[in-house]
Structure formats: C-alpha cells, structure tokens
Design a protein around this ligand. Structure first.
Ligand code: COA
Length: 385
C-alpha cells in the first residue's frame, strides 16, 4: 500500500482480541463483554484481569489479584523524594510520565524480554503488570499532597482500588456512591482499541523497551488535548460558558471560528459514545442522591450536548467519554488538571494488555513514508551559496 492516509485513519496497525468498537451503533466490548454489563456488574480489579487474561477470573484468581494490588500500593521513598523535587506548577501528566519512566531504574529485569521467546518470563510480565496498575493511583494521589506542600497519605489495605485512590487523594473516608462512580469511571476508561496512546504502547513494546518506558510513552500521548487531555478542557469550557442560556451563542461562535467543542467527536463513533451515556446516567444518579445539589455545570453540559447535536450530528459528531467524566470528578473534589491522570490510571490495564499481546507475537514497527522532499542534489560549498 503506497497511499498515505493522514492519521492512519482506517489503517489496521495490529491484530488484537482485547476490545472492539461498533462505531455505527455505539457499542464497545472488552473481550466480548458489552461495556454496559461491565459497568453494571464488574469492578476495576475484575475488569483489569479480564483485559489481561481474556476471560473473567474465578473467585480465587480475583481475590489473589486484589491482594497483590494491595501489597503493591507502597511507593519507595526515593521515588517520593524525586517527586518532592519536581516543580509543583508542572502538569500532573508530566509528573506521572516522569515518575513512571523512572520506575524502570528501580525495578530492572526487562532483559528477560530479549530472550528467544520474548514473552518467556511470565513472572516478570505478571509482577510488572501488578506493580504498574497498583502504583499509578498512589503516585497520582501522592502528588496532590506533595505539590501542595504536604506529606502524602499512606495507602490502606482494607479499601478497594477505587476507594483507596479517593482516600489517598482526599484524606477522607470515601463516600460509597462516589467510590462506586469512580470504580465505574475506571472500568469505562480501561481500554479502547488502538488509539494514539495504545499505538504508542505497541510501537514502544515492539522494540522490547522496558515496560515502564512503554507506559511513559503512552502517558505522554494521552496527555494531549485531542486525546485524554480533553476532559480537563471540557470543564474549563463549561465554566467559561457559565449558564445554559449562553450555550447557543458560545457553540455557534466556536464553530464559526472553526474551533472544536471539547468532549465532542470521535474517530470511531458515528453516534454517541456509549461511555458518555453511562457517565451521564451516573451524573443523573448523583443528582437524585444529592437532591439536585450538584455542580451547576451539569445543566450547562446538557445544554451544550443539545446544541451540538443540532449543529454537529450531521457530521457524526456526538459527546465522547470526556464530556461527562470531568464533571463527576469535580463532584469528588478532584482538581481539573488531575482528570487526565485518572484516565491514565484506568487505561494502564488496557495498555498492559496490549503490551503483553504485542510481546506474544512481536515484530518491530517500521512503517514507511511518502517522501515529499527535494530530489537528489549535490552539496554546495558555503562560499558558493
Ligand atoms: N467540535 C466541532 N467540530 C468537530 C469536532 C468538535 N469537537 N469534532 C469533529 N468536528 C468536525 C470537524 O471539524 C470536521 O468537520 P469538517 O468535515 O467540516 O472539516 C468533522 O467534524 C470530522 O472531524 P475530524 O476532525 O475529521 O475527526 P477526527 O476523527 O480526525 O478527530 C477528534 C477526532 C476526537 C480528534 C475530534 O473530534 C476532536 O478534536 N474532538 C475534540 C477533542 C476531544 O474531545 N477529544 C477526546 C476524544 S475521546
């Protein structure tokens, strides 16, 4: 194939059996299970095992995995010291990328990946997977305290993954409904076929780089506003709009200026992102639970969606996962610049599933290009130019 397709739109980059999107009908499956069923019945711990192993775990497997995740919640004090020396004004995604990349120095062992069978050391693969999934939320929560000049809060082993994250982040006993909403948010963000960050995983994994480097590359790709960074911008946009009455004028002005409406549109979905529908349902549930006393930006968001549907549905542009997630996180007291780190925490499960899949049948990525430069020419000495 010699045709260049910008953004590689529609070009298969790999074969994968991890997740699948039916973009016409707005359906997302993890390992064959519809996302709605997982959001209703599963936990992030169970969904992670599903993504990694390809099947739902039996009770003992899930209990063992949950215990391993709990045992891996502690962060070395050297890492903590390094975090304290980072600028408090830096973006949390930059912090996360830096810290995750550094873990490769603390946890060596990736040499086993260069054996004749790249995936032969299953213990290394499994232990590294657990280390990364377990540590990410702890690093993110610790940063919230460190950047504000306080010591981080120690993890608790009596709490679930989502509960412990909220506890370490806020220092408060997690509210059961908010903890369950966080758990569902983590499930919804855990995997999404081959997007920009997962493609970064495949490319880096294919060189047999250490898995912390692979994760750091993915975190970097996710941080961009056209990918995971959109959730932060959605809340900023809603706050800028202010009230539902101002939505129409704002959207029309943006579209007239050829600017994007954050949280709208998706390369794969030509209908509303099913994850946005689930998140909107959670927002309604929270609203009912709180007797309507939630972030007034929710009403602004609903108005933006109505106006955008009128203006953009003809282009197949509807609300995506980032549209409602930030509103929910803001109800948990989480600052907007931490929204994308939560996306990274969740997506670590999917990224690691793709890392393992790539290793199991690896060939280094080496695409080609369409050269558009000068034809061959002779070097001109500087005195003759
Ligand atoms: N606001 C306004 N118009 C949008 C839009 C948005 N959020 N998303 C897409 N469109 C328009 C494009 O301008 C284009 O219009 P045109 O055909 O008149 O030129 C058309 O819809 C097709 O969009 P395109 O840019 O080709 O889609 P893409 O697949 O290349 O890009 C995104 C997908 C996600 C990058 C894009 O929709 C976007 O920038 N969304 C906002 C950022 C965001 O929420 N990202 C999170 C994704 S989960």
């Amino acid at each position: 194939m010699n045709e260049y397709l910008p953004g590689l739109a529609g070009v298969p980059a790999t074969q994968s059996n991890i997740s699948d999107i039916d973009g016409e009908n707005g359906i997302l499956f993890y390992r064959g299970y519809p996302i709605e069923e997982l959001a209703e019945h599963s936990s992030f711990e169970e969904t992670s095992r599903l993504l990694l192993d390809g099947r739902l775990p039996v009770a003992k497997e899930l209990a063992d995995f949950t215990t391993q995740l709990k045992k891996n919640r502690y962060i070395k004090f050297h890492t903590r010291g390094m975090m304290k020396s980072l600028p408090a004004t830096g973006h949390p995604m930059e912090m996360l990328q830096t810290v995750v990349a550094s873990l490769g120095m603390f946890y060596p062992g990736s040499d086993c990946l260069t054996g004749s069978d790249a995936c032969e050391d299953l213990d290394y693969i499994h232990n590294t997977t657990v280390k990364i999934i377990a540590r990410l939320p702890c690093i993110v929560a610790m940063w919230e305290h460190i950047r504000n000049g306080y010591d981080p809060i120690n993890p608790r082993s009596d709490l679930s993954y989502a509960e412990n994250f909220l506890y370490m982040l806020t220092g408060r006993e997690p509210d059961p409904l908010l903890a369950r909403i966080m758990d569902v948010c983590l499930i919804l963000h855990a995997e999404h076929t081959i997007n920009a960050s997962t493609f970064a995983v495949l490319v880096n994994a294919s060189t047999l780089a250490n898995p912390y480097t692979v994760m750091a590359a993915a975190i970097g790709a996710l941080s961009g506003p056209l990918h995971g960074g959109a959730n932060q911008r959605v809340l900023e946009m809603l706050e800028k709009i202010g009230t539902p009455e101002k939505v129409e004028e704002y959207v029309d002005r943006k579209l007239a200026n050829k600017e994007v409406i954050w949280g709208m549109g998706h390369r794969e979905y030509k209908t509303k992102d099913p994850r946005a529908t689930i998140l909107q349902g959670l927002m309604d549930k929270l609203m009912a639970d709180r007797g309507g006393d939630i972030n007034p930006m929710f009403e602004v968001a609903k108005a933006v969606e109505v106006v955008c549907e009128d203006r953009l549905a003809k282009k197949g542009v509807y609300a995506n996962v980032d549209f409602y997630s930030g509103l929910l996180y803001s109800e948990m007291g989480i600052p907007a610049d931490q929204f994308t780190t939560i996306f990274a925490i969740a997506r670590s499960a999917g990224w690691l599933a793709h890392w393992r899949e790539q290793l199991s049948d690896n060939r280094i990525f080496r695409p080609t290009q369409v050269y558009t430069g000068e034809p061959r020419r002779a070097y001109v000495p500087i005195s003759q130019r």
